[in-house]
Write a protein that binds this ligand. Sequence first.
Ligand code: CA
Length: 338
Amino acid sequence: MAIRRIAVEEAFVTPEIMAQWHVVLAGRDVEPGFAKMGESILAQTPANKPLDDRLLDIGAGRIAHMDAVGVDVHLLSLTSPGVQVFDAPLAMRLAAESNDALAAAVKAHPTRFAGLAAIAPQDPAGAAREIERAAQKLGLSGVIINSHTMGEYLDAPKYRPIFEAAQSQDMPIYLHPREPAPSMVTPYLDYGLYFAGWGFAAETGLHAMRLIMSGTFDRFPRLRIVLGHMGEGLPFWLQRIDNRYLLEVKIGAVDKLPKLPSQYFLDNFVITTAGVTSMPALRLCLDVLGVERILFAADFPYEDDAEAVRFMDDAQVTEDERRQIYETNARRVFKLKV
Ligand code: CA
């Protein structure tokens, strides 16, 4: 049977969320990283118009594009930073409305779309309820969180209801990038370093490491995290992370965890190819993680998805590995019925 190409980090936005970002951006005390986003990729300019049009389309136009590039399924998610820059009540409302719109699109095109639920970490109890609603009532396949929320990371104890709900509902959390948090963004503001070429991975890799080192996966051993962009660089570092962690334990600088950091990565994480079309990077991830932990993603509409398909079609892997990366792993991780 032909391989079905399932792409798992494919972005959309609703008109109201896009409009509300610009309300925040026009206000006072805007997070410096988000302000930079407002001047670049989120700016309402003629150059960004085609991108915005693609983000807003979760219907026929998107499917026609998928057909043109040969992508069978989009696992859709609300684009970064989603609702995480709004006050809690607005964020809760817009997350729910966005999830309703997403569920309707999935219902209208069940063979082409699946979706990840947006939540508002600003209200952990409400976010937990939204995860339950997304799983039980909306038929969504996981959760998207765009790294920090108002400069805070999910290892903080107040966010545990989110992990409790994700684990009990068996919903993987896609920990998606955004620009670095206000506490670390300053040196990233020059030279475009806050953006997806480096700052996004530094921010999101840090977030993943905070989850590992804080013992989150001892508290929630069945919690599953998805990282895009070949694991935000972490597969490259795992050996050194273990090595220096063991030194820190030895000298009493950190508490010993039940497992090595790399073992949590293997047990609780999977990664996606989103935005990376480098055979050496894929080869390293295959060697370090194993093919069963690698899923295909194109990062539409921010990346050239035709190029992503060409890369994966031609990648120097076996046909069985290609099928796992394109299709089988996504079906297993997100329990897709498409
Ligand atoms: Ca993305």
